[in-house]
Design a protein around this ligand. Structure first.
Ligand code: KG4
Ligand code: ZN
Length: 359
């Protein structure tokens, strides 16, 4: 068993949704390889991720992706300290493929196995971007399945401050994009379509801003987009797509920025990280940077390739769990609703803590 040192390598495997990914990362946060086989083109024709299709696609993809990552990293199994794998939250069938592969490889190579929480992976993506970032800090996780404001107390110790009460921010992008006639995934499509549009053209609602909690709600926004089109068309007008997309995007971004700054004020945080697929959004990045600067907060938003699902963040989160002494054996199972507060641990999960079903 290798001891922690800056050169220790961890292989990460991620199959929680529609990306089959493998990466090799060092203890010093250096990304030696970050490989992703995306199924997006396949799911696009269904307008979203089809769970059975996703699981099936992971099967032939996972080992070649691991091989490619090791080759690109110039690393053999003997140089690995651990194999880290996402065990939840996510699609059960999809998670099972990654976990089965990781178990087989760890067993065959005689390397430690570490199960990782996908959300903890997103949290660590900020530390890959900025290795100087250390707890405590505030983290906004905005993905397809989650919109969580999390206080990162220490490595592996999290406190949930606020969350969406219905749709996640990414889900709002994906659903509203469909209403606008844009393809899947909706987030990048709206980001592109909004370029040059007027963000004040349509006054879409900013839900929960008056609410004293740090929770969010985005389901009303999709309904507002549907109603807006219905009224416009009844009046014989087809509004410019760029204006609708820009107005929608601004409504989501305004709420995310305001609540994050409020959470920073309430917790006394001086450092903030924004992670997850929606953190790739150009307007969120711009507005969050401006608001953080005004509030005197240090802000880390990973480069877009580390915001969307990847295995580098799983490898790095896995490295930290491994450094803290966590090891899993072949009984490691998957959990569709794995909550973040307890990291990837199984035994200490609080009863009844249920997160959104996807990562
Ligand atoms: O973190 P992620 O890749 O997967 C999950 O863990 O869910 O996040 C995916 C979500 C999708 O809803 C996608 O539409 C959204 O992130 N997304 C974006 C952008 N890029 C990806 N949303 C807004 N703007 C973007 N540029
Ligand atoms: Zn994710």
């Amino acid at each position: 068993m290798r001891q922690p040192d800056q050169g220790a390598l961890v292989l990460g495997i991620e199959t929680s949704c529609d990306e089959t990914a493998a990466a090799v990362v060092t203890a010093g946060a250096e990304i030696r390889a970050n490989v992703i086989a995306s199924q997006v083109d396949l799911h696009r024709r269904y307008g979203g991720v089809v769970p059975e299709v996703a699981s099936r696609q992971h099967v032939p993809a996972v080992l070649p992706v691991v091989d490619t990552a090791l080759r690109e990293a110039g690393a053999g199994p003997e140089s690995l300290a651990a194999v880290a794998v996402t065990r939840g939250p996510g699609l059960v069938g999809a998670l099972l493929v990654g976990v089965a592969a990781a178990k087989g490889l760890a067993l065959a190579w005689g390397v430690d196995l570490v199960g990782v929480n996908h959300l903890e992976g997103h949290v660590y993506s900020a530390r890959l971007e900025d290795p100087g970032l250390a707890p405590p800090y505030l983290c906004l996780i905005v993905s397809g399945g989650h919109t969580d404001l999390v206080w990162v107390e220490a490595d592996g110790r999290y406190r949930l401050l606020g969350r969406t009460r219905d749709d996640a921010a990414g889900e709002a992008f994906d659903k509203s994009a469909r209403v606008m006639g844009l393809g899947y995934p909706g987030g990048p499509a709206i980001d592109r379509a909004a370029a040059g549009g007027d963000p004040e053209a349509v006054p879409f609602p900013r839900a929960m801003l008056e609410d004293p909690s740090l929770d969010f709600s985005f389901s009303g926004l999709k309904t507002a987009v549907v109603q807006f089109y219905r009224r416009a068309r009844a009046a014989g007008k087809e509004p410019p797509l760029a204006d609708v997309a820009a107005s929608f995007q601004q409504a989501v971004v305004d709420v995310l920025v305001k609540k994050t700054i409020r959470a920073a004020r309430e917790t006394g945080a001086s450092r903030v990280a924004v992670v997850g697929g929606v953190a790739a959004n150009s307007v969120l990045r711009r507005d969050m940077a401006a608001a953080a600067a005004r509030a005197g907060l240090a802000l880390t938003i990973p480069r877009p390739a580390l915001c969307t699902d990847n295995a580098a963040m799983i490898a790095y989160a896995g490295y930290h769990r491994w450094r803290l002494g966590h090891r899993d054996d072949l009984s490691l199972d998957v959990r569709a609703n794995l909550p973040l507060e307890t990291g990837a641990g199984a035994a200490q999960e609080p009863a009844g803590a249920v997160a959104n079903p996807t990562g």
